[in-house]
Design a protein around this ligand. Structure first.
Ligand code: GAR
Length: 223
């Protein structure tokens, strides 16, 4: 599978910290030609991230930039930017990247950086979203793809997958059903972006030139 050497296609850099299952979903869609793009580089802040093996299997270049080697967020972000910008990507994808950025970093990639978060934002920003959703007794949970801004998990929403919470769900069961939906909605958003159909205009998200509602497109899971 060749996912990395077509000069004409939009270039993507993906940032990961862990398992990389969302990365895999995007690699698969690029490999299948559903997403017409080239993944030029995968960066992990965690040298042990399983996603690095996925990248190697797909033949994609990787870089490890371990945040523990840097004495400030600024210096870590600077090094990240140096690697990302060397590729001149049209799109930066956060796929389970578990570091908080400086505003300088998020501003630099405004309108060209997407994130996926495991909740129906603006509910449950931050970590442990599945346990908190169960604890709160919500009937519906899910995942959100959004443009990244300086506000943590607060950028304009593109698409949300809605997952029903079952009466006896535990956090792992719920997380696993949400993750399955992440693997559907993230490639959809990336495809839209790479086709030039998705953009950020100020704080408004446009798809095919139409402004999306604040919650983005609703994708209802049939699980
Ligand atoms: C995913 O559930 C993603 O939504 C979440 O981390 C997981 C990564 O899984 N991201 C965040 O919580 C970001 N705030 P993956 O490494 O298997 O794609």
């Amino acid at each position: 599978m060749d996912t990395s050497n077509n000069q004409d296609k939009p270039k993507i850099v993906v940032l990961i910290s862990g398992g990389g299952s969302n990365l895999q979903a995007i690699i698969d869609q690029v490999g299948a030609g559903t997403i017409d793009a080239s993944i030029n580089l995968i960066i992990s802040n965690n040298p042990d991230a399983k996603g690095l093996q996925r990248a190697a299997t797909a033949g994609i270049e990787t870089a490890v930039i371990d945040h523990r080697d840097y004495d400030s967020r600024e210096s870590f972000d600077r090094e990240l930017m140096r690697h990302i910008d060397a590729e001149q990507p049209q799109l930066v994808i956060l796929a389970g990247f578990m570091r908080i950025f400086t505003p300088h970093f998020t501003n630099h990639y405004a309108g060209r950086m997407l994130n996926i978060h495991p909740s129906l934002l603006p509910k449950f920003k931050g970590t442990n979203t599945h346990a908190r959703a169960i604890e709160a007794g919500v009937a519906q949970h899910g995942a959100s793809v959004h443009f990244v801004t300086s506000e943590l998990d607060g950028g304009p929403l593109v698409i949300q997958a809605i997952v029903d919470v079952k009466k006896d769900d535990n956090p792992d069961q719920l997380a696993s059903r949400v993750l399955q939906q992440e693997h559907i909605i993230y490639p959809i958003a990336v495809k839209w972006f790479c086709e030039g159909r998705l953009s950020l205009d100020g704080s408004l998200v446009r798809l095919d030139r139409k402004t999306l509602p604040a919650e983005g497109i609703a994708y209802q899971a049939s699980l």
